[in-house]
Design a protein around this ligand. Sequence first.
Ligand code: GSF
Length: 203
Amino acid sequence: MKLIGSLASPYVRKVRVVLAEKKLDYAIELENVWVPETTIHQLNPLGKVPCLVLEDGYVMYDSRVIVEYLDTLTPVCKLLPPNGRERVDIKNWEALADGVIDAGVAMRLERTQRPPELQSEDQIARQMGKVQRGMASISDRLGDSPWCAGNHYSLADVAVGCALGWFAFRFPEIDWRSAHPNLGKLFDKLAERPSFRDTLPQN
Ligand code: GSF
């Protein structure tokens, strides 16, 4: 398997954490999707990473599809229950965590990819609202539990950990630790896992 992505992307990190947890071998090919020379469109018409290329050449995206597939490859560290409401709940956690990242990425693109005179403060405020409400919802749902869903580590924790890690990396000024101490506690616990330690976001 070959993973196409960048070391800064939180969606790619989610896939890398899952690969590590499931002890699956893979090669990583770094791709900068933001430069005109990128060849990502040859693999993904949407021009986004992560993409996973299988041995037979099949190309898979996006991160949610990839991690769902990876979880089926080995029983090592099952991250999703097989079916039913529990499975949907974990996918829901993932959608929430990814959605908070989506809003953060939209804010960052507005600031970094547009000239100052074209940047929309309304757009940034709108996205910031999603980030703040999304994090508050994650915190409420977590409450005093040790893990996001049920009583054990799952894909929900991976997704939330990657989201928080990306905000710490790109938006250190957003102080989610003070606003939501339970998220800080979860994050510190996740950060000790080799899968998270070995995939810290970097430029
Ligand atoms: C999001 C992937 C994505 O936006 C997923 O895989 O879960 N829902 C998808 N990737 C970004 C890189 S990043 O912001 O981490 C990307 O490839 N963007 C390129 C573009 O043209 O939007």
